[in-house]
Design a protein around this ligand. Structure first.
Ligand code: MTE
Ligand code: MO
Length: 432
């Protein structure tokens, strides 16, 4: 019964699309360009059949321009490899730990965390960034201006979502159920935020930044922002906070903020505004969407699981805690009696001094070989060679200790929104 209505509805929507009458013979990469309602902008039945790889017996029932469900996910994650889709609207996808094995995360393995709808049809040539608020010289710069007027630097920088590990909270916290893979360390090229702010002339009253991007609110309301966060001016003026226009030597991936974004290593990646359009300097803490209430905030004190905490007792998350990941071998895999084990470790704004692993459920620990960060803000790679005493089931546990002597905990400090889960990573292995 609803099929007919749905068809009418879809046709109505299609008639608002100017490109509906174009040729049926477009190459596939031109037609795989669906909008958020699930309609292809330009296509015909023949090309849809080509895309799904077979004929469509009920093609006469197919609403014009409809995106076949079998293709929808592939489109969303195009340019990504092996990511787990947690949500398609907004798009949220994480990387399984074993696909984070590279020292520098390739773009196709960098997680995606969107709060809204990314902008379409971006043009890097006309894109501008405005710096305003409490500055002596408000400026609007193109990406070419940024390249010309400031030092261009490339740094490996770790981005981790504040909610990484949320899936393991009990009682559960609402939101994307991230497990391990909302973290990455890509090579970012751009200019230092501090250089740009200096040129704009930071006034003495400034205490905080406010970041604005070009993505739209899920409701479609143009007056609402999906997210606008900021950082204290002291953090903004550090060496490794970048306004980036390249990721791993190429343009940014559309889902990772193309053509311009902030990269704020060591802090919740929510501060790293994608599709960056404007940075405002403020004489007070920023109060944009996802700065207040319980968003990216935790109780100022330890609470018991499930405890109701009044909002005024929440504080903004600043640096991310010490953490490590085992990226080889994969969980639930088979290995021989002797095996390499490796991964990464990081601690926001600090360095990691030591990574230890255990194969006997935490009774004894051996120290792994640990690299220095390639630059400040990069995660550190570690490795060990492990000899298992006999065949059977083992778990490799990893724990990092940072340069302030803080070690990853075994159990989680629960908080209402499920942030900052830095418990030890465990990987189960069958040894034979
Ligand atoms: N404009 C904009 N910037 C954003 C977001 C967003 O939804 N919109 N998400 C933030 C969050 S919560 C995270 S964890 C990081 C994720 O960056 P990535 O998608 O490139 O991995 O982007 C941040 N920057
Ligand atoms: Mo995030």
């Amino acid at each position: 019964m609803s099929v007919v209505n749905e068809k009418k509805y879809s046709k109505q929507l299609m008639f608002t699309d100017e490109s509906q009458n174009s040729s049926l013979q477009l190459p596939i990469d031109e037609i795989v360009d669906n909008d958020r309602r699930g309609f292809l902008k330009r296509t015909g039945v023949a090309t849809i059949a080509a895309m799904v790889g077979t004929s469509i017996p009920f093609q006469h029932n197919l609403p014009i321009g409809f995106v076949p469900a079998a293709l929808a996910q592939g489109n969303i994650l195009s340019g990504k490899d092996g990511l787990t889709l947690l949500n398609d609207r907004p798009v949220n996808a994480e990387t399984p730990p074993e696909l984070l094995d590279d020292g520098i995360t390739p773009t196709n393995r960098h997680f995606i965390r969107n709060n809204g709808i990314p902008p379409e049809d971006i043009d890097p040539k006309t894109w501008t960034l405005t710096i305003d608020g409490f500055v002596d010289n408000p400026m609007t710069l193109t990406i070419a201006d940024l390249r010309d007027q400031f030092d261009v630097v490339t740094m490996a920088l770790t981005l981790e979502c504040g909610g990484n590990g949320r899936g393991f909270f009990n009682p559960p916290a609402k939101g994307n159920q991230w497990t391990y893979g909302a973290v990455a360390c890509s090579n970012w090229t751009g200019v230092r935020l501090k250089d740009v702010l200096k040129k704009a002339g930071v006034q003495s009253t400034v205490i905080y930044t406010a970041h604005y991007g070009a993505d739209g609110h899920l409701s479609g309301d143009p007056d609402k922002l999906p997210i606008s966060r900021g950082i204290p001016i002291e953090k903004a003026m550090t060496e490794n906070v970048l306004i980036a226009f390249e990721m791993n030597g190429d343009a940014l991936h559309p889902m990772n903020g193309a053509p311009l974004r902030l990269v704020v290593p060591g802090w919740p990646a929510s501060t790293a505004q994608k599709w960056l359009k404007r940075i405002e300097l403020r004489d007070q803490v920023h109060d944009g969407p996802k700065m207040t209430g319980k968003a990216y905030r935790v109780p100022a004190y330890k609470v018991s699981p499930g405890q109701d905490v009044p909002e005024e007792d929440f504080v903004i998350i600043e640096r991310m805690p010490v953490k490590s990941l085992v990226t080889f071998p994969a969980n639930d895999s088979n290995v021989g009696l002797q095996s390499d084990v490796r991964g990464h470790a990081w601690s926001g704004d600090r360095t990691v001094d030591k990574v230890e692993i255990s194969i006997d459920f935490g009774a004894t620990w051996m120290q792994a070989e640990l690299d220095k960060p390639v630059n400040s803000g990069a995660w550190q790679n570690w490795r060990a060679n492990v000899r298992f005493p006999q065949s059977g089931y083992y778990e490799v546990w990893a724990r990092a200790t940072d340069n302030e002597g803080v070690m990853q905990p075994f159990a989680i400090d629960w908080n209402p929104k499920g942030y900052l889960n830095n418990t030890m990573h465990r990987v189960g292995l069958r040894v034979s």
